[in-house]
Design a protein around this ligand. Structure first.
Ligand code: HEC
Length: 153
Protein backbone atom coordinates (compact mmCIF):
# COMPACT_ATOMS: atom_id res chain seq x y z
CA UNK A 1 0.00 0.00 0.00
CA UNK A 2 1.32 3.44 -0.84
CA UNK A 3 0.52 4.73 2.60
CA UNK A 4 2.73 2.08 4.22
CA UNK A 5 5.71 3.22 2.21
CA UNK A 6 5.24 6.75 3.46
CA UNK A 7 5.41 5.70 7.07
CA UNK A 8 8.36 4.55 9.15
CA UNK A 9 8.45 0.74 9.08
CA UNK A 10 7.55 0.25 12.75
CA UNK A 11 4.53 2.48 12.55
CA UNK A 12 3.49 0.82 9.31
CA UNK A 13 3.83 -2.60 10.92
CA UNK A 14 1.61 -1.51 13.79
CA UNK A 15 -0.96 0.14 11.60
CA UNK A 16 -1.13 -2.34 8.74
CA UNK A 17 -3.51 -4.78 10.48
CA UNK A 18 -5.77 -1.90 11.44
CA UNK A 19 -5.83 -0.66 7.87
CA UNK A 20 -6.69 -4.12 6.61
CA UNK A 21 -9.43 -4.48 9.18
CA UNK A 22 -10.87 -1.18 8.17
CA UNK A 23 -10.71 -2.32 4.57
CA UNK A 24 -10.02 1.13 3.27
CA UNK A 25 -7.14 3.54 3.05
CA UNK A 26 -6.64 5.96 5.88
CA UNK A 27 -6.86 9.44 4.59
CA UNK A 28 -4.12 11.97 5.04
CA UNK A 29 -5.82 15.30 5.32
CA UNK A 30 -3.17 17.33 3.62
CA UNK A 31 -2.22 15.11 0.73
CA UNK A 32 -4.67 16.35 -1.83
CA UNK A 33 -3.12 19.77 -1.84
CA UNK A 34 -6.15 21.67 -0.58
CA UNK A 35 -6.15 24.54 1.87
CA UNK A 36 -7.41 22.42 4.70
CA UNK A 37 -7.10 24.97 7.48
CA UNK A 38 -7.92 28.62 7.76
CA UNK A 39 -5.26 31.23 8.51
CA UNK A 40 -5.47 30.46 12.23
CA UNK A 41 -4.90 26.75 11.69
CA UNK A 42 -8.52 25.83 12.32
CA UNK A 43 -9.41 22.76 10.22
CA UNK A 44 -11.74 23.22 7.27
CA UNK A 45 -13.79 20.62 5.44
CA UNK A 46 -15.04 20.38 1.88
CA UNK A 47 -18.38 18.90 0.85
CA UNK A 48 -19.50 18.87 -2.78
CA UNK A 49 -22.77 17.19 -3.65
CA UNK A 50 -22.49 14.94 -0.63
CA UNK A 51 -18.87 14.02 -1.36
CA UNK A 52 -16.20 14.93 1.15
CA UNK A 53 -12.46 15.59 1.28
CA UNK A 54 -10.21 12.85 2.61
CA UNK A 55 -9.84 14.39 6.05
CA UNK A 56 -13.56 14.60 6.61
CA UNK A 57 -13.95 11.02 5.43
CA UNK A 58 -11.25 9.91 7.85
CA UNK A 59 -13.03 11.87 10.56
CA UNK A 60 -16.21 9.94 9.86
CA UNK A 61 -14.34 6.67 10.36
CA UNK A 62 -12.49 7.83 13.46
CA UNK A 63 -15.63 9.23 15.01
CA UNK A 64 -17.40 5.93 14.55
CA UNK A 65 -14.46 4.07 16.09
CA UNK A 66 -14.04 6.17 19.22
CA UNK A 67 -17.04 8.43 19.84
CA UNK A 68 -20.07 6.69 18.35
CA UNK A 69 -20.53 4.39 21.36
CA UNK A 70 -21.65 7.37 23.47
CA UNK A 71 -22.45 10.16 21.02
CA UNK A 72 -24.47 7.97 18.67
CA UNK A 73 -24.28 7.08 14.99
CA UNK A 74 -23.83 10.12 12.74
CA UNK A 75 -23.38 12.33 15.81
CA UNK A 76 -27.06 12.12 16.67
CA UNK A 77 -26.54 11.51 20.38
CA UNK A 78 -27.72 8.83 22.78
CA UNK A 79 -28.91 8.56 26.35
CA UNK A 80 -25.21 8.67 27.34
CA UNK A 81 -24.02 11.79 25.61
CA UNK A 82 -25.15 14.85 23.63
CA UNK A 83 -25.75 14.96 19.87
CA UNK A 84 -22.54 16.50 18.57
CA UNK A 85 -24.21 16.97 15.19
CA UNK A 86 -26.13 19.73 17.00
CA UNK A 87 -23.94 20.96 19.85
CA UNK A 88 -20.82 21.36 17.70
CA UNK A 89 -22.53 24.43 16.35
CA UNK A 90 -21.83 26.28 19.58
CA UNK A 91 -18.31 24.98 20.19
CA UNK A 92 -15.20 26.37 18.58
CA UNK A 93 -12.10 24.39 17.61
CA UNK A 94 -10.23 25.25 20.78
CA UNK A 95 -13.06 24.32 23.13
CA UNK A 96 -13.44 21.09 21.17
CA UNK A 97 -9.75 20.22 21.58
CA UNK A 98 -9.95 21.00 25.27
CA UNK A 99 -12.94 18.79 26.03
CA UNK A 100 -11.67 15.86 23.93
CA UNK A 101 -8.15 16.00 25.36
CA UNK A 102 -9.11 16.61 28.99
CA UNK A 103 -12.58 15.10 29.21
CA UNK A 104 -15.39 16.47 31.29
CA UNK A 105 -17.38 15.24 34.22
CA UNK A 106 -20.86 16.49 34.85
CA UNK A 107 -22.31 14.79 37.89
CA UNK A 108 -25.89 15.86 37.40
CA UNK A 109 -29.17 14.65 38.82
CA UNK A 110 -29.42 12.06 36.07
CA UNK A 111 -26.21 10.33 37.20
CA UNK A 112 -22.57 10.53 36.27
CA UNK A 113 -22.18 11.45 32.66
CA UNK A 114 -18.53 11.34 31.92
CA UNK A 115 -16.72 12.49 28.82
CA UNK A 116 -13.45 10.52 28.93
CA UNK A 117 -10.09 12.26 28.41
CA UNK A 118 -8.53 11.16 25.11
CA UNK A 119 -5.39 13.28 25.39
CA UNK A 120 -3.08 10.23 25.43
CA UNK A 121 -5.02 8.13 22.91
CA UNK A 122 -3.33 8.29 19.49
CA UNK A 123 -6.36 6.71 17.81
CA UNK A 124 -8.15 9.93 18.66
CA UNK A 125 -5.53 12.66 18.99
CA UNK A 126 -3.70 11.79 15.73
CA UNK A 127 -7.00 12.33 13.94
CA UNK A 128 -8.59 15.03 16.04
CA UNK A 129 -8.61 17.62 13.24
CA UNK A 130 -10.40 15.18 10.95
CA UNK A 131 -12.96 14.31 13.62
CA UNK A 132 -13.53 18.04 14.00
CA UNK A 133 -13.98 18.42 10.22
CA UNK A 134 -16.54 15.63 10.14
CA UNK A 135 -18.53 16.94 13.12
CA UNK A 136 -18.50 20.51 11.82
CA UNK A 137 -19.77 19.34 8.45
CA UNK A 138 -22.57 17.49 10.23
CA UNK A 139 -23.49 20.34 12.58
CA UNK A 140 -23.47 22.94 9.82
CA UNK A 141 -25.91 20.83 7.85
CA UNK A 142 -23.52 20.27 4.96
CA UNK A 143 -23.30 16.52 5.40
CA UNK A 144 -26.13 14.03 5.86
CA UNK A 145 -26.24 10.77 7.73
CA UNK A 146 -24.26 7.65 6.92
CA UNK A 147 -20.89 6.91 5.37
CA UNK A 148 -19.92 9.75 3.05
CA UNK A 149 -18.39 9.27 -0.38
CA UNK A 150 -14.94 10.69 -0.95
CA UNK A 151 -14.18 13.31 -3.54
CA UNK A 152 -11.77 12.03 -6.17
CA UNK A 153 -8.10 12.79 -5.82
C1 HEC B 1 -17.93 7.05 27.41
C2 HEC B 1 -18.81 7.92 26.66
C3 HEC B 1 -18.19 8.95 25.74
C4 HEC B 1 -17.29 8.76 24.71
C5 HEC B 1 -16.68 7.46 24.23
C6 HEC B 1 -17.08 10.06 24.11
N1 HEC B 1 -17.80 11.01 24.77
FE1 HEC B 1 -17.84 12.99 24.37
N2 HEC B 1 -19.08 13.31 25.94
C7 HEC B 1 -19.62 12.32 26.74
C8 HEC B 1 -20.53 12.94 27.70
C9 HEC B 1 -21.32 12.20 28.75
C10 HEC B 1 -20.50 14.33 27.44
C11 HEC B 1 -21.27 15.42 28.18
C12 HEC B 1 -20.45 15.85 29.37
C13 HEC B 1 -21.16 16.96 30.11
O1 HEC B 1 -22.32 16.78 30.43
O2 HEC B 1 -20.55 17.99 30.32
C14 HEC B 1 -19.59 14.52 26.33
C15 HEC B 1 -19.30 15.76 25.79
C16 HEC B 1 -18.54 15.95 24.66
C17 HEC B 1 -18.33 17.23 24.04
C18 HEC B 1 -18.90 18.55 24.51
C19 HEC B 1 -20.26 18.67 23.88
C20 HEC B 1 -21.02 19.87 24.36
O3 HEC B 1 -22.14 20.03 23.89
O4 HEC B 1 -20.51 20.62 25.19
C21 HEC B 1 -17.58 17.01 22.94
C22 HEC B 1 -17.09 18.05 21.94
C23 HEC B 1 -17.30 15.59 22.89
N3 HEC B 1 -17.90 14.98 23.96
C24 HEC B 1 -16.56 15.00 21.90
C25 HEC B 1 -16.27 13.64 21.87
C26 HEC B 1 -15.44 13.03 20.85
C27 HEC B 1 -14.83 13.75 19.67
C28 HEC B 1 -15.35 11.72 21.18
C29 HEC B 1 -14.56 10.64 20.47
C30 HEC B 1 -13.16 10.91 20.30
C31 HEC B 1 -16.12 11.51 22.39
N4 HEC B 1 -16.65 12.69 22.78
C32 HEC B 1 -16.26 10.29 23.02
C33 HEC B 1 -19.36 10.98 26.66
C34 HEC B 1 -18.50 10.37 25.77
Amino acid sequence: MVLDMLMPPLRAALLAPLLLMAGTAVALAQDDGEAMTDEDGVPLYRVEEGRVDRGTYNGYRRYHNSCHVCHGADGLGSSFAPALAETMDSIDYYAFLEVVASGRQNPGATGNKVMPAFGTDPNVMDHIDDIYRYLKARSEGELGRGRPVRLEG
